[in-house]
Design a protein around this ligand. Structure first.
Ligand code: ATP
Ligand SMILES: Cc1cn([C@H]2C[C@H](O)[C@@H](COP(=O)(O)O)O2)c(=O)[nH]c1=O
Length: 188
């Protein structure tokens, strides 16, 4: 099983992944960007805003993804792998590029491998604004509420277009209620 937890910044992915880690002690927990040695370098370049060109930035994430699929997803295909982000983020955050083109490029990077389960934590603009105000924002978060809500809409569109098995969850619910919804989805 290749499970991905998706959502815009502050949606609550890490919170739920910490809970999953306690429950699924034999699973492989990984992330994009930064799930491999090269990926850690690419992550730092991408998140520090080192690339001035949006095309270069998008290719940093694609390089990270290709390496992650090869090193982590394919080598553990018999196991339960749970990832913090995936190609869904890759397609959605590259919002200056057409969706179809991004799907094509991401399928190239992933060797056509799709997640078996996609969990999307969905935030309201009000809750997003509150959560961003509670932390120091990185280069991507500084793009603001409107940008991130647009990315969230693109994530939903991408998930539907790819036809992957998915669960959309209201990220404003109580942590334990979200945890239960995820557990039920994985046990279906
Ligand atoms: N269901 C929830 N209700 C209220 N607050 C929450 C909930 N889930 C997470 N939070 C809080 O929201 C903040 C962001 O959560 P978290 O770090 O888990 O998000 P994230 O999606 O991993 O963020 P990022 O992508 O920016 O790393 C934290 O302060 C966390 O405690
Ligand atoms: C995979 C991926 C991620 N991003 C963005 C989304 C976030 O702002 C950061 C990652 O930070 P996190 O703390 O690990 O959630 O990078 C992106 O723009 N493109 C991508 O492909």
């Amino acid at each position: 099983m290749y499970v991905v937890v998706e959502g815009i910044d502050t949606a609550g992915k890490s919170t739920q992944l910490d809970l999953l880690q306690k429950k699924y002690t034999d699973a492989i927990f990984t992330k994009e960007p930064g799930g491999t040695d090269i990926g850690l370098k690419l992550r730092s370049m991408a998140l520090n805003g080192e690339a001035k060109s949006p095309i270069a930035e998008m290719f940093l994430f694609l390089a990270d993804r290709a390496e992650h699929i090869e090193e982590v997803i394919l080598t553990n295909k018999q196991k339960l792998v749970i990832s913090d982000r995936s190609m869904i983020s890759g397609i959605a955050y590259a919002s200056t590029f057409p969706l179809e083109k991004m799907i094509e490029l991401n399928l190239l990077a992933t060797n056509n491998i799709l997640p078996s389960h996609v969990i999307l934590l969905e935030l309201s603009p009000k809750e997003l604004e509150y959560r961003l105000s509670q932390k120091e924002n990185d280069a991507i978060e500084l793009r603001g509420i409107e940008y991130l809500i647009n990315i969230q809409n693109r994530m939903k569109e991408t998930i539907i277009k790819l036809g992957v098995n998915h669960l959309f969850i209201d990220a404003g619910k109580k942590i334990e209620d979200i945890e239960k919804q995820i557990e039920d989805f994985l046990n279906e």
